[in-house]
Design a binder for this molecule. Structure first.
Ligand code: SF4
Length: 465
């Protein structure tokens, strides 16, 4: 079946491709890195550029890509690299299929100059690399603490969002030992707003392990790094490559986009992740693995952008199957996201006579684990009626419902919250922490809880109304 499929495709491709080679030899040289010598024999072919192979019949063979032939048909032999380059570069046979096909006909397997050249990418990177606060200068060894900190922060987040947080962390805790000595509360507060708060808790746990059990030295291999809390396969590969030059693939969203386009990977994400990782790993050089990892990321961030990629400036343009096929902006494909359910509930903002606000800590495990919040009711399909809401309040008081509501989007659901406010002359006996309004900005409050407090306090800042 494979051979039949290959040959049927080859028939079509050789006819189309060779026809174009005659009309536009420069184009052909570009896509296949071929010179005039490679193209010249093709011009002698019978039927090239004409209707499907009808003029190529000779003897037993019916022409280019005969289904009955076991040796390369005469047309293919004479087409040589041109026809095969067309096959490889233009159409959807995978590299594996193409290689098996080529071997079955004793044709050269086109690698190297046909594929993406690592040296070309590294040369581009040497000139165009981004300057990032956690990145070592060219030729300098990266600090594993800086690399680890940035890679944990960059999970699910953009470089722009991370920049401020990274600088804050590094100025407060310049070494892993200092981060380990910090309180979890301080770490969570410094992380507030960056989201995915389990990362902050794992960051702190890892800092304690590295500082306490590893004498402040991070493991130098991806396998060793994976044993630490909060370090999955991607992060381990990225840290090992960037900090220790271990030949590991680092496939972030930018790299996924580049590799999906480069190899025309049609499988939608996230199912394509394993293939994209394997294809990236196959490209990783033994030397400058860290630069390679960062170069692919930078290529995705600067050139191979989600919209309007600048292919003419790309060091891999000649090898890029997605570009040749004109389907760049359709890649990578993504599986449709399931609808996010809507959850609703109520929150209670309590202000004492001195303007301090009551906060409570969330459970360690689960959503926003360990972060602070105003008292909340349970979340369900609808808002509770006002009477029911009062039964969810932390204590009896004169609760005033604020007009409007707070909306927030989590990854897997949307949340709407109605906010009730009580102003007290005396603090009730209740578990929690009273935080002065001016200190709320420093509290470990995730974004949704800040929104609730701002709404409840009737202000755009944390100053009380
Ligand atoms: S040629 Fe275009 S699509 Fe292909 S890797 Fe380069 S920028 Fe991306």
């Amino acid at each position: 079946m494979l051979e039949k499929k290959c040959r049927a495709r080859l028939r079509l491709e050789c006819q189309r491709g060779a026809g174009r080679a005659l009309a536009q030899p420069d184009w052909y040289r570009k896509i296949g890195d071929l010179g005039p010598d490679n193209i010249a024999p093709a011009q002698d072919q019978c039927g090239i550029g004409e209707a499907p192979a009808r003029d190529c019949s000779s003897g037993q063979h019916t022409g280019i890509g005969s289904d009955r032939s076991t040796a390369p048909p005469a047309g293919i032999n004479r087409l040589g690299r041109v026809g095969y380059a067309t096959l490889c570069a233009l159409r959807s046979l995978s590299h594996g299929d193409s290689e098996r096909f080529a071997k079955s006909w004793n044709m050269p397997v086109l690698r190297g100059r046909q594929g993406p050249r690592v040296e070309a990418l590294l040369a581009w990177y040497d000139v165009h690399r981004r300057v990032l606060p956690w990145r070592a200068q060219a030729g300098m060894r990266a600090d594993p603490y800086h690399v680890w900190l940035s890679e944990i922060m960059l999970q699910q987040t953009t470089v722009q969002a991370v920049d401020r947080y990274y600088r804050t962390f590094l100025s407060r805790w310049p070494t892993v030992e200092q981060l380990a000595a910090a309180s979890l509360d301080d770490v969570l507060a410094a992380w507030a707003g960056l989201g995915y708060y389990a990362r902050a808790r794992n960051l702190h746990r890892t800092a304690k392990i590295v500082a306490g059990q590893m004498a402040g030295r991070f493991p130098e291999t991806a396998a060793g790094l994976r044993a630490l809390p909060g370090i999955g396969p991607y992060t381990a590969g990225a840290i090992a490559a960037i900090a220790f030059d271990e030949p590991q693939a680092a496939v972030d969203a930018n790299a996924e986009r580049v590799i999906a386009r480069l190899f025309y990977v049609k499988t939608p994400l996230p199912a394509a992740k394993a293939e994209l990782r394997a294809r990236t790993q196959a490209l990783v050089p033994q030397r400058r693995a860290g630069d390679f990892a960062q170069a692919v990321m930078d290529l995705g961030a600067l050139i191979c952008t989600p919209k309007a990629p600048q292919c003419p400036r790309c060091p891999w343009q000649e090898a890029c199957i997605g570009r040749v096929r004109g389907l760049v902006e359709t890649l990578p494909r993504k599986a449709p996201k399931p609808d996010r359910p809507l959850k609703r509930g109520v929150a209670f903002v309590v202000v004492d006579a001195k303007g301090a606000v009551l906060l409570q800590r969330r459970a360690e495990k689960g959503l926003l684990g360990g972060m602070m919040q105003p008292p909340l009711g349970p979340w369900g399909a609808d808002f509770p009626a006002e009477y029911d809401a009062m039964t969810q309040a932390p204590f009896a008081a004169t609760w005033i419902k604020r007009p409007g509501l707070v909306r927030h989007q989590f990854t897997h659901f949307e949340l709407e919250i109605e906010v009730y406010v009580a102003k007290l002359t005396r603090r009730p006996r209740i578990q929690g922490r009273w935080v002065q309004a001016h200190a709320l900005a420093e509290a470990a409050l995730p974004t949704v809880m800040r929104k609730i407090l701002v709404h409840g306090l009737g202000t755009t800042t944390f100053a009380p109304a």
